[in-house]
Write a protein that binds this ligand. Structure first.
Ligand code: GDP
Ligand code: IMO
Ligand code: MG
Length: 429
């Protein structure tokens, strides 16, 4: 049986949550493998809307949901999100939910540092979600993180706190902030520890068992390839690898486990936060895309920047991340445009480019070359089969897959779970 790895192929918010929720009923486990509660995934099921940041989107269908070791975990955000979902009638127990005991924690001092740095960065501001993601990953790699398993050994935390505070106190002093209040931090950790520990376990072991039983695993990526710390629009990126290969390392399975890589691709382009965006539209068309697509961030409520579909970027993301097929989402947002445009290449200092360069100054300087197509008057909203799509919309989808050199496996035509066209089942080998 094939596994499926879902990743965002643009700058996040492509509709990963909706697609993971739709696929989850056919999976035996859903696993988050990177990022943290910087993610914001909106799921619409009938009259109910669920907003998830840290929990895998499989939790809503009751599918075994796992937070893998590659995630940075804010224990207080975890508790708040579980309580919010329980309030919406979702059952979360240690039968259907587990957290890797080797996850690095996001602490209040990480959130502080994220904010202090952003405020001090002036024009170099990244526009982070302010959740402490970057500082938490830095501490993990710097070998001074407190991890989930440490919550069971708080009486012997002193040497780790020494190492952590030696680093943070110096940084905080530079920002004119008081040293870390170690007693208060320890007290907060003591208070939250039992809550987190009830779900904590070596999840690689649980996943090994799931794999042995021949079950299907759905890996749920957060953010998108263009926010990947290596492959994205550095430094305007998040602090984790968002590409498909991370699914294995971030959950404790081998590289062969990722299976079908499903790249989630919005039918146009959006981005939140700072950084280059070649097809960005600051005119009425951009405004119209944002309004029709309700493009406001799930986590921070910020207005998302909008523009036409950029085939160069998506072709690059698909290549870098080994995408087997894409799910094209929000096609309905393009309904009613007289014409639609697709970026097929760039011009940089008079030269034609067929890829997105690595340097941020070049990324900011490229000018998109567009191909214009006739739009469609009819609605695609709610379409559930190819036959429901107007001819021009089908032409658009076909042109997209041709330009990105990757086939379309799914098409999404509304926020609602079942408004999805299945072209090729990613779970079938
Ligand atoms: P994610 O971060 O990739 O999970 O995406 P978000 O949930 O942050 O943003 C996608 C938004 O678009 C959500 O509000 C979804 O409910 C909505 N959405 C998903 N698919 C479609 C679609 O096909 N059409 C429309 N109109 N909205 C969609
Ligand atoms: P989902 O999973 C869109 C962006 C932030 C900022 C940059 C770094 O919903 O697609 P961070 O807080 O991670 O250090 O911020 O990354 N960002 C996202 N943009 N969707 C997301 O997640 C994002 N998570 C982070 O806006 O530009
Ligand atoms: Mg989102």
């Amino acid at each position: 049986m094939a596994n499926v790895t879902v990743i965002g192929a643009q700058w996040g918010d492509e509709g990963k949550g909706k697609i993971v929720d739709w696929l989850a009923s056919r999976a035996d486990a859903v696993v988050r493998f990177q990022g943290g509660h910087n993610a914001g995934h909106t799921l619409v099921v009938g009259d109910t809307t669920y907003k998830l940041s840290l929990l895998p989107s499989g939790i809503v269908t009751g599918t075994l949901s796992i937070v893998g070791n590659g995630v940075v975990l804010d224990p207080w955000a975890l508790k708040a999100e579980i309580e919010k979902l329980e309030g919406q009638g979702v059952s979360i127990t240690n039968d259907n939910f587990a957290v890797a005991d080797n996850c690095a924690l996001i602490l209040p001092l990480h959130r502080d540092l994220d904010g202090l740095r952003e405020t001090a960065a002036g024009a170099g501001k990244i526009g982070t979600t302010g959740r402490g993601i970057g500082p938490a990953y830095e501490d993990k790699v710097g070998r001074r993180a407190i991890r989930v398993c440490d919550l069971a050994h708080l009486d012997s935390l002193e040497p780790q706190l020494d190492r952590l505070c030696a680093h943070h106190d110096a940084l905080r002093a530079g920002f004119g902030q008081p040293a870390v209040d170690r007693a208060a931090l320890l007290e907060e950790l003591r208070e939250i520890a039992p809550y987190v520990l009830q779900y904590a376990q070596p999840v690689w072991k649980r996943l090994k068992k799931v794999r042995k039983a021949g079950a299907r695993i759905l890996f749920e990526g957060a953010q998108g390839v263009l926010l990947d710390v290596d492959h994205g629009t550095y430094p305007f990126v998040t602090s984790s690898n968002t590409v498909s290969g991370t699914a294995a390392a971030g959950s404790g399975l081998g590289p062969g486990s990722t299976g079908f890589v499903l790249g989630i691709v919005k039918a146009y382009t959006t981005r939140v936060g700072s950084g280059p965006f070649p097809t960005e539209l600051s005119d009425d068309t951009g405004q119209r895309l944002g309004e029709r697509g309700h493009e406001f961030g799930t986590v921070t409520g910020r207005k998302r920047r909008c523009g036409w579909f950029d085939a160069v970027l998506v072709r690059q993301s698909c290549a870098i991340s080994g995408v087997t097929g894409i799910a094209l989402t929000k096609l309905d947002v393009l309904d009613g445009f007289d014409t639609v445009k697709i970026c097929t290449g760039y011009r940089l200092h008079g030269k034609i480019m067929d890829y997105f360069p690595s340097h941020s100054a070049d990324q900011a300087a490229v000018e998109p070359i567009y191909e214009e197509m006739e739009g469609w008057r009819e609605t695609t909203a709610g379409a559930r089969s190819w036959a429901d799509l107007p001819a021009q919309a089908i032409k658009y989808v076909q042109r997209v897959q041709e330009l990105i050199e990757t086939p379309v496996a799914l098409i999404s035509t509304s926020p609602e779970r079942d408004d999805t066209i299945l072209v090729r089942d990613p779970f079938l080998d």
